[in-house]
Design a protein around this ligand. Structure first.
Ligand SMILES: Cc1cc2nc3c(=O)[nH]c(=O)nc-3n(C[C@H](O)[C@H](O)[C@H](O)COP(=O)(O)O)c2cc1C
Ligand SMILES: Nc1ncnc2c1ncn2[C@@H]1O[C@H](COP(=O)(O)OP(=O)(O)OP(=O)(O)O)[C@@H](O)[C@H]1O
Length: 278
């Protein structure tokens, strides 16, 4: 899979380089079951039309550019984690478009012309609520018209769970409430946080979330190895502590994956205490 960072200054070079493709569109933070439906639909069309499958996503998240509130945005995964999952879904080209003030002021037709038609998109696939162009004025139902009827469009119906739309926002909320056991139904897997060893602590990597403070049953993965243990998330939600952490010898900046299963209920009286499982 080729990963290409697109922006207004290198766009022309990649327009020249582009080949006819089928493209899935959206931010895809977490690559949940709704996102997977969009990507699988696009992959099926690409296979039938014997064209490469592209995914076009944006970075940073539109909300960090559009909203006045500059509080930290809770990404579910880093771009490299998103890239490795897209590769496992047999995506051929992953475009990451720089989402900045200039980009977000593009009119819908301008976005379709420069980022889809000029990038040789023959067939676009997006979910029912995908929006594009200034103020999100472009909707998936207007995409074919905005392309002058040159792009075939497939709209993916809402994928819901118990009647609610599966969304990255819902997943962020469940993680912040520590309801990790519910994520399998929305993500199709347990949520995994990347952490790294620094100066005697396991710190959360950028663009990953930690669950609410508490003690969790979790899987730990490092260099292909995996074992089950308990993991403490303290109130500062910056570091994590593995049960019997002292017995491991991690290298500086060594990365681990924490796969969260469920929060272990603890008796009320010990709630506030400095729980030591180390
Ligand atoms: C080229 C382009 C420009 C966009 N400009 C805006 C914008 O000015 N305002 C906006 O609210 N959304 C804009 N969006 C839509 C955002 O990508 C996002 O879908 C929208 O903010 C709704 O977010 P949601 O996924 O949380 O519903 C733009 C999208 C694209 C592809
Ligand atoms: N539950 C869903 N069912 C069908 N399509 C979806 C679903 N959720 C998102 N999509 C589609 O997947 C693509 C990526 O979605 P995107 O990440 O932009 O939105 P989201 O998952 O709703 O995230 P957020 O909650 O942050 O807005 C878009 O085309 C969107 O329409």
């Amino acid at each position: 899979m080729r990963t290409i960072h697109l922006n207004s200054s290198n766009l022309e070079e990649f327009q020249k380089d582009a080949i006819p493709n089928v493209m899935a569109l959206g931010f895809f933070d977490g690559i949940h079951n709704g996102h997977q439906k969009v990507i699988h639909t696009a992959r099926e069309i690409a296979r039938k039309r014997n064209l490469p499958l592209a995914v076009m996503s944006f970075f940073p998240h539109p909300k960090t550019v559009l909203s006045k509130d500059d509080s930290k945005f809770d990404y579910l995964m880093s771009l490299s984690k998103k890239s490795s999952i897209l590769e496992s879904l047999n995506v051929d080209i992953f475009y990451i478009v720089k989402f900045d003030k200039d980009f977000c002021s593009l009119l819908p037709e301008q976005f379709v012309s420069s980022y889809l038609l000029d990038m040789q998109v023959n067939h676009a696939v997006a979910g029912f609520d995908f929006s594009y162009g200034h103020r999100g004025a472009g909707k998936v139902d207007s995409l074919k018209r905005d392309s002058g009827d040159l792009i075939e469009v497939t709209k993916v119906k809402e994928v819901d769970y118990q009647g609610e739309k599966i969304s990255s926002t819902w997943i962020r909320q469940l993680i912040s409430e520590g309801k990790m056991e519910q994520l399998m139904s929305l993500l199709g897997r347990f949520y995994e946080t990347e952490v790294y060893w620094e100066a005697g602590n396991l710190r959360v990597s950028e663009h990953f979330m930690l669950p609410a403070p508490g003690i969790y049953k979790a899987g730990v993965t490092i260099k292909g190895e995996r074992w089950e243990t308990e993991v403490l998330v303290p109130k500062n939600r910056m570091d994590v502590y593995l049960a019997e952490q002292g017995k491991y010898h991690f290298l500086p900046n060594e990365k681990l994956g924490i796969i969260w299963y469920y929060r272990i209920p603890i008796a009320k009286e010990t709630e506030g205490e400095n729980i030591s499982i180390i």
